[in-house]
Write a protein of this length. Structure first.
Length: 173
């Protein structure tokens, strides 16, 4: 597999996009260490870099990138499809994402699927919150807070279901 890499700087550190000519294989979070950019990254990697740069500058809300095949369970794939359906600037609870994925009652398993997500931000696992607060994130709480704040989520309301429900993708308008 001929991999290429591209880096993106953000206020929370450097992200690295890895991929082939077929698609993006992984997005490395800032805490995962530095990988050198390729001088000529494959087209899907270059496109993902451009779109993530736009996202971090506040000018992009949706992504249109090709993903390479990855080993995953059918449950993980269902969760990742549900995550992509979460609108920019919204949050949903782990329980709601489990329902969206067709597995009500599997909220804890959603957390595991989020942790296995190879494409953070592009597949927005940062938009999943606990019913009682922010919840975890593989990149760390500071990164999750930054991403949600960038998207306009009022963090002071995340622990208050009455307040954040207006931003919850599962709540009726």
């Amino acid at each position: 597999m001929d991999l290429s890499f591209a880096t993106i700087s953000s206020p929370v550190g450097t992200w690295v996009i890895e991929g082939t000519s077929v698609g993006v294989t992984r997005v490395h979070m800032p805490h995962e260490g530095a990988i050198t950019s390729s001088s000529h990254p494959h087209e899907p990697v270059a496109r993902a870099r451009e779109q993530l740069e736009e996202y971090f500058h506040g000018t992009r809300r949706d992504f249109d990138v090709e993903f390479a095949q990855t080993a995953a369970t059918s449950f993980q794939r269902a969760v990742w499809r549900a995550l992509v359906a979460l609108p920019y600037g919204s949050v949903a609870t782990y329980a709601r994402v489990a329902e969206m994925a067709g597995h009500p009652g599997a909220a804890r398993a959603v957390g595991n699927a989020n942790h296995a997500n190879p494409w953070p931000v592009l597949v927005p696992c940062h938009r999943v919150v606990a019913s009682s607060g922010l919840g975890g994130y593989g990149g760390g709480e500071d990164v999750k807070r930054y991403l949600l704040t960038l998207e306009g989520v009022r963090l002071e309301s995340v622990g208050d279901p009455k307040a954040w429900r207006k931003k919850d993708a599962s709540a009726p308008e």
